[in-house]
Design a protein around this ligand. Structure first.
Ligand SMILES: N[C@@H](CCC(=O)N[C@@H](CS)C(=O)NCC(=O)O)C(=O)O
Length: 247
């Protein structure tokens, strides 16, 4: 078994997409260093992350999160969670299940990207505050069409599996990703999620089961779990989730 800790490279100060990776690392109990959160004096900081983007590990990852696992450098959130999950038994054992878990994780990554686009609908380069009208339009369709479509889809998968997990018989990294996206959406769109929750009982039961896993519960209670905030992907802007949306 490996002895060297994993190195996670992700922006400090936000959960962001890095959180999907952290949850898997925490659940399996794998030692890891959250490099950009370490002081520069100890080889950490954003500078080190930027160096990795600039090829310091011998490859050119497109964007964080990035995981170094000994000789391997992996990026794309769903590729990382698959890698760690399969390595540490947090994935189905059979090929069919492994592919299905991966497809679900990639689809959740699409939902994460669509969530991001509600506050940055026209450009990722300019601040939310400078694209509010477009954000309001985008968020409306996200609330009324896209959130229900994605979450009902997860609910339907759960309804078809008596084990109450997304794939196979036990919780996998795909379930941890579902947990995180549901938590994030509750934070960012509290009114919408409160309205939808009664129609998504299995998904919320899964959310609660993941939260109660001992390693996850310990992580969520620790200072390593940053709070959601308005710098990350799941942002709470009242204008994007009105309490009483116009019909
Ligand atoms: N599809 C990628 C998206 C990665 C991504 O957009 N990362 C963000 C941070 S959450 C970033 O820093 N992007 C920089 C960029 O796209 O220029 C994934 O799921 O990991």
């Amino acid at each position: 078994m490996r002895s060297e800790p994993y190195e996670l490279f992700y922006w400090p100060g936000i959960q962001g997409r890095g959180e999907f990776v952290r949850l898997v690392l925490e659940d399996v109990g794998a030692p890891y260093v959250d490099v950009a959160r370490q002081p520069a004096a100890r080889g950490g900081g954003v500078k080190r992350l930027l160096a990795v983007l600039d090829g310091a590990l011998g490859v050119y990852p497109f964007a964080p999160p990035i995981l170094r696992a000994g000789p391997f450098v992996i990026w794309q959130t769903a590729a990382i969670t698959r890698f760690v999950g399969e390595r540490h038994g947090l994935a189905p054992a059979d090929d069919h299940g492994r592919h299905t878990a991966s497809c679900i994780a990639v689809t959740i990554a699409d939902l994460v990207a669509e969530t991001h686009d509600t506050h940055h609908p026209t450009s990722v380069e300019i601040a939310y505050e400078r694209q509010r009208p477009a954000a309001a339009v985008r968020a409306k369709s996200f609330r009324t069409a896209r959130i229900p479509k994605y979450l009902n889809w997860l609910e339907r998968i759960l309804a078809a599996n008596p084990a109450g997990v997304l794939v196979g018989h036990a919780i996998s990294y795909a379930d941890l990703s579902a947990f995180q996206v549901v938590e994030g959406l509750h934070y960012a769109f509290p009114n919408t999620l409160a309205r939808l929750q009664p129609t998504l009982p299995r998904l919320h039961e899964l959310r609660d089961r993941v939260a109660a896993r001992p390693a996850i519960a310990a992580y969520l209670a620790s200072s390593r779990r940053l709070p959601f905030n308005e710098e990350g992907i799941f942002r709470r802007y009242a204008a994007l989730d009105p309490k009483h949306p116009a019909k």
